[in-house]
Design a binder for this molecule. Sequence first.
Ligand SMILES: [Zn+2]
Length: 246
Amino acid sequence: MTASPKIQLQQLVDLQSVDDQISEHRKILEDIPRQLESARAELEEKKSILKVVKDEIEALQKQRKDMEMEVQGENDHMAKAKTKLPAVKTNKEYTAILSEVDAIKEKVSKIEDKELEIMEVLEEKAKEIPGVEKKCKEEDAYFSEYQQKKEVEEKRFKQELEELITKRKVITDQLDTVIFKRYEKISNSRDGRAVAGLRDNICQGCFQQVLPQMVIEVKVGEKMHQCGGCLRFLYWDEVPETPVPK
Ligand SMILES: [Zn+2]
């Protein structure tokens, strides 16, 4: 026996409600991996500060090492110059060697000053590391927490989706086949919405006016009606009374 139009319409309203929830759940489930991906990218970005500081330290250490080698080279140069001293025969030669040695000393002293500056910077940079490392660890922890939360959420929505699909099957099994096929066709062509409320004389699906006779019949609910504009099944959607301001 076919159910009365009133019952069939109620089944369609229920089906629409379940379908709305299903599409909402699917959207959320699609979003979760994207949210995690962007959180992970943000985490990597934040953690890259640590690498920047470490790279800076490494560059400074290399600079310092180069300077030490340079000083070493200059000192060798100076030692070599000094070995010439015992063999010197004229005052002019002697003065020349001494001024060469002085020039080297000055150069070495300048390099060593620079090296000291670098060591100071290195010391400061090294002090930054523990703080940055701590911050990175915190960010890792935040992310894990977020990830866990999202995984729980995903599990819950998947389970709810399963339940909704079962619920949908129960409804569609009861539905008249012809009506159900029509519902699906409208739903597919109308953005997932095959049922619309009728408020006053306006279809809430396409906002077109409905003929007075149809409005009455939809209100009574003894006949199934589809909107002439969007073809959606219409049900009577009572406008809530707005209190009159005193
Ligand atoms: Zn309509």
